[in-house]
Every structure is written in C-alpha cells, then in structure tokens.
Design a protein around this ligand. Structure first.
Ligand code: ADP
Length: 262
C-alpha cells in the first residue's frame, strides 16, 4: 500500500478483502441449502415405505380370515421390499456419517470380482425388470482381486441402481451393463447405461454430498444425493479412482479403477 499523509503523520492504509472467506461462505451456504433439501427428501423417503408397511400390515391384521395364501404372500412381499428399502436408506445415512467422521474402514479379502458382478446383477434383477431395463455383463469368467467385497458390492449396487433409476423412459431398449477389463495389475469396472445422462452444467458436482440434478425432479426419481459420495469414498479408500463420461439424452458410463492385488 502507498503511504498516505494523515494529520502530519505518514501512515499506511491497508484494505484486505478476504476473497477466500467469501468463497468459503458461499460454499457453506450452498451445502446448507442442499442439506435442507436432503432432510426434506429423506423424510419423504422414510415416510413413503413406512406408510405402505403400515397400510399393508393393518389390512392383514383386520382381514386375516378373508385373505387367501396368495394374497397374503403378495402383501408380505410388498412389506418385505419396503423394509429393504428402509434398511438401505438408513444404511446409506449411517455410512455417510462414518465418512464424515472418517471412521469408515475396509476389510479386505481375496474374492472373485466376476462372481460379485453376477451377484449384483441377480440382486438388481427385480428392480431392473420393473423399469424394463436389461442388465448385462461383459468380461472375463474369473478375476480374483484383493478388496473389501461388501463395500465393492455396495459401489456396484449403487452404480447399477443409478443406471436403472436414471434410464430414459423414451427408449424402447434400455440397458445397464457392467464391463470388466484387466490392465496389468489393475482392473477397470465400467458401468454404462443408455439413460437420460447428466446435464453438462452439473457434471462437476455429482460426487458432492447431497447433490442431485434439479431437472430430474420431473422424473420423480427417489434418492438422497449420497450414493456417489459414498462410492467415491469407498473407491478412494481402496487407493482407486472413480470418474464418468456422460452425454445428456444418450447415457452415462461410470468407471472404477482398482488395483487387483495387495
Ligand atoms: P441419488 O440418491 O440422487 O441417486 P447419487 O449420489 O447416487 O444420488 O447421484 C447424484 C446425482 O447424479 C443423481 O441425483 C443424478 O442426478 C445423477 N446421476 C447419477 N448417476 C446417474 C446416471 N447413471 N445417469 C444419469 N444421472 C445420474
């Protein structure tokens, strides 16, 4: 700063604009707004299955004599599915809390990644069918890796379920494909879909906690905005990388690169 004359004394006037702080404040405000939206979202998501469970159980209790076995089984199936949905949601929130507290730990073992992919395709089968999405696998018959099987299963389930959730209703043929490719000491898992894709302006933000693409609200797709945040953390704890390519209206490919061995 230039010295200035003030009441006969030479003084220096310094003005500091704390740019970092202003930016940081903006960022915090943004997260806070997303968090508010998240709480509204989650409350709604918790209430919907709970209301269904309550209604079905109430019907069963009140009309036990009139219900035949098939009806009872159908009702119980719905109750079971809704319970799973609740369990997943609560687990996602708990995992997110572990990430924030930096207490998420891996338990690595040797296992066959191909078998895991088949298991994920199997588990997601019913959901995919309900949205007329075909689930596919391409890759070797066996690929043994050293990783946290349960956590990788979670990553794959999340990516595949996103592929199904954000499928394009206008497509006659809809697919989500898991592809495994071995590169020396690492493996690339690619989960691709021909869904609605991610608008370019939001692409830099989709791994952020609570972030969901606004325009997708029209599709009434349920979610917390935590799935990809959790995936990224799990992949990075493994020393791996996660990234994606997406073309709005065409589809997306999510890539996970992991070391195969210890
Ligand atoms: P959510 O619970 O909202 O699905 P995620 O963290 O899994 O949260 O994803 C964040 C956002 O990224 C989603 O809300 C969606 O807008 C976008 N997204 C994720 N995967 C896909 C995909 N395969 N196709 C299109 N958009 C996707």
């Amino acid at each position: 700063a230039e010295p200035i004359e003030y009441e006969g004394q030479r003084q220096v006037l310094v003005t500091i604009t704390d740019v970092t702080n202003t930016k940081e404040l903006e960022r915090l405000k943004q997260i806070d707004a997303l968090k508010t939206e998240f709480i509204a979202n989650v409350s709604h998501e918790l209430r919907t299955p709970l209301a269904a469970i309550r209604a079905y159980v109430e019907t069963i209790l009140n009309s036990l004599d009139e219900l035949n076995k098939t009806m009872l089984k159908d009702f119980m199936k719905t109750v079971f599915d809704e319970t799973l949905h609740l369990e997943n949601l609560v687990n996602q929130i708990l995992d997110f809390a572990k990430i924030e507290q930096k207490t998420l730990k891996l338990e690595k073992t040797w296992f066959d990644l191909v078998e895991l992919c088949q298991e994920v395709i199997q588990s997601m089968g019913e959901f995919a069918k309900s949205k007329q999405v075909s689930l596919e696998y391409e890759g070797p018959d066996q690929l043994i890796v050293f990783a946290d099987r349960m956590r990788l299963r979670q990553v794959l389930m999340n990516l595949v379920s996103n592929g199904i959730k954000y499928s394009n209703p206008e497509n006659r043929y809809k697919y989500v494909k898991i592809k495994l490719e071995r590169l020396n000491d690492s493996v690339i898992i690619a989960v691709s879909d021909n869904g609605i894709g991610i608008p370019k302006e939001y692409q830099s933000r989709i791994f952020e906690k609570f972030f969901r693409v606004q325009s997708f609200k029209d599709y009434k797709v349920e979610g917390t905005g935590l799935g990809l945040t959790i995936c990224k953390e799990i992949v990075e704890l493994h020393g791996g990388k996660i990234w994606f390519e997406s073309e709005p209206g065409k589809g997306s490919i999510f890539y996970v690169k992991l070391n195969i061995g210890e």
